[in-house]
Design a protein around this ligand. Structure first.
Ligand SMILES: Cc1ncc(COP(=O)(O)O)c(C=O)c1O
Length: 494
């Protein structure tokens, strides 16, 4: 451009390199630091955008239909670039915004981000053992009702905290705890229920809340697979109140591993309406410390050097006072940056999951002679995590045969997690105190087949159930392909 070509203020879009002669330049203004920062970030976004657009098609694995997966676009990349440019690294502005927006989405008072769903479960169960809860705290040997057809880290924190897991059977079709069996499992030592909404399907929350209320039990909802599912509760009122699962118990946990409803790569969260439980969880998440300052902040309490704690010297720095046995379960700002963009996409993800589930259910309905198809309970509206199928007993084929067929035809399959966690090597190789239903205390390494028979549905489901995908990255053709291949299998073997 020649000097004098531009007569008014204007924006010049440059998509090619341009040589500028210094003698032709006139300084018109000085950019403030934040404006310059914004402009440089836009350049960085452009670089990311062009990279993303020229490589995104190559990321798909042609043909294969994974049972789960992540859906991302350039906006997650922009947020990650921004988090990189901040160079804050640990939990920072993205983290704070994520926690706030996640709590608003759910409609709860408090949410804390953690580095996985497993950490969220560990945090939730550990919080119930805090001395801050006084008489309500869970002590070694107290019992927690759960299920054995579980993800292992729903059960592990119960054992890790010296508590006794009590296993109740589940139902085929819903794959959730059998409501009628919950009360049967309660003993004088029972203090909590810790169960998942299996594969995103809400369990009978009103029934569970009724038992919790009657026996004064805590409820931990493992909502790791159910973000976006809803339930219309009538507990404690004549009106039915439809809310997200994860808002009914004392604490709910979430996973943001890529298979889940939203992702951060690795990540998770805990949510609660109870300020005391929130404070306890914040402490355990952040090394066990008593201080609640945000990362990079000091002296939020204004009493940093003027308090007496335990048998520490007067005025010992509050930043280094530990009121719990804690961990470091925090996330980085990159994780939160991805999570923030995923939260924007979440309503669409939920709708897509529901639609894919409906399509697949419609496509498989005619094979109910061979399969138990998934079902929800009346008060729920599930954002399913996956599509479980139980092979009914028949002389022609079993689960392994159809799973092999589907995998050979590029359809990814998964098991219902640990199947029966009590049959897993860990429980067989360690002497862990457990109960099944209303049994006496049993040792996990000396269980007999008769003991397992106290949970007949769990073993039946372990043997005959698998699940396939309905995640939002799957298109209608892929759902139809899965239904078609299952139809072909039934024609061949049914
Ligand atoms: C029900 C349930 N709880 C907990 C977890 C653990 O989550 P993460 O993989 O983030 O540790 C999972 C994982 O898929 C899960 O399905």
């Amino acid at each position: 451009m020649e000097k004098g070509t531009l007569h008014e203020n204007c924006i010049v879009l440059i998509d090619e390199l341009m040589t500028v002669k210094p003698e032709l330049c006139t300084k018109v203004a000085r950019l403030k630091k934040d404006k310059l920062d914004r402009i440089l970030r836009i350049f960085a976004h452009y670089a990311g955008y062009f990279y993303y657009k020229s490589t995104s098609n190559k990321r798909m694995t042609a043909g294969y239909i994974p049972p789960s997966g992540k859906v991302l676009d350039e906006n997650e990349l922009f947020n990650m670039i921004d988090a990189s440019l901040d160079m804050w690294l640990t939990a920072g502005r993205f983290h704070d915004e994520f926690e706030n927006r996640f709590a608003v989405f759910l409609g709860v008072k408090h949410a804390l981000a953690v580095n996985s769903g497993s950490s969220a479960n560990l945090l939730a169960v550990s919080a119930l053992t805090s001395h801050r809860l006084g008489d309500r705290r869970l002590m070694e040997g107290d019992e927690v009702i759960t299920v054995a057809a579980a993800f292992p880290t729903t059960v592990a924190p119960i054992v890790q905290n010296g508590l006794v897991p009590v296993f109740a059977d589940i139902e085929p079709g819903t794959y959730n705890i059998e409501p009628a069996k919950i009360e049967n499992a309660v003993s004088g030592k029972t203090k909590a229920i810790c169960i998942a909404h299996t594969l995103g399907n809400p369990f009978d929350i009103d029934k569970v809340l009724e038992v919790c209320d009657k026996y004064k039990l805590f409820l931990i909802e493992d909502n790791c697979d159910a973000l976006g599912s809803k339930y219309a509760s009538t507990a404690g009122s004549n009106e039915s109140i439809k809310k997200y699962t994860g808002t009914f118990g004392d604490i709910a946990t979430f996973s943001f591993y890529p298979a889940h409803h939203i992702t951060m790569g690795e990540g998770g969260a805990v949510a609660t309406d109870d300020p005391l439980l929130n404070k306890i969880m914040l402490s355990i998440r952040d090394w066990g410390r008593d201080c609640w300052c945000r990362t990079g902040k000091d002296n939020t309490c204004n009493q940093r050097f003027s308090q007496k704690h335990g048998k520490l010297p007067e005025g010992y720095d509050h930043k280094y006072v530990y009121s719990h046995l804690g961990y470091n379960l925090k996330i980085t700002d990159w994780q939160a940056a991805i999570g923030l963009e995923q939260l924007i996409k979440l309503p669409k993800f939920i709708e897509r999951r529901k639609e894919n589930f409906r399509l697949l259910h419609d496509g498989l309905k005619r094979f109910e002679k061979y399969f138990i198809l998934p079902r929800t309970i009346a008060k729920s509206d599930a954002a399913w995590f996956g599509f479980p199928i139980t092979v009914k007993e028949n002389k022609k084929f079993d689960k392994n045969k159809i799973v092999r067929f589907l995998e050979e035809h590029n359809i990814g399959t998964r098991q219902l997690f640990a199947g029966n966690v009590l049959r897993q090597p860990f429980f067989l190789n360690n002497e862990i105190k457990i109960r099944i239903g209303n049994s006496k205390i049993l040792l996990s390494n000396s269980l007999t087949e008769d003991d397992y028979k106290m949970m007949p549905n769990t073993d039946m489901i372990m043997a005959n159930t698998f699940w396939i995908g309905i995640w939002p990255g799957l298109q209608q053709e892929q759902i139809e392909y899965m239904a078609k291949k299952i139809g072909e299998f039934v024609t061949l073997h049914g």
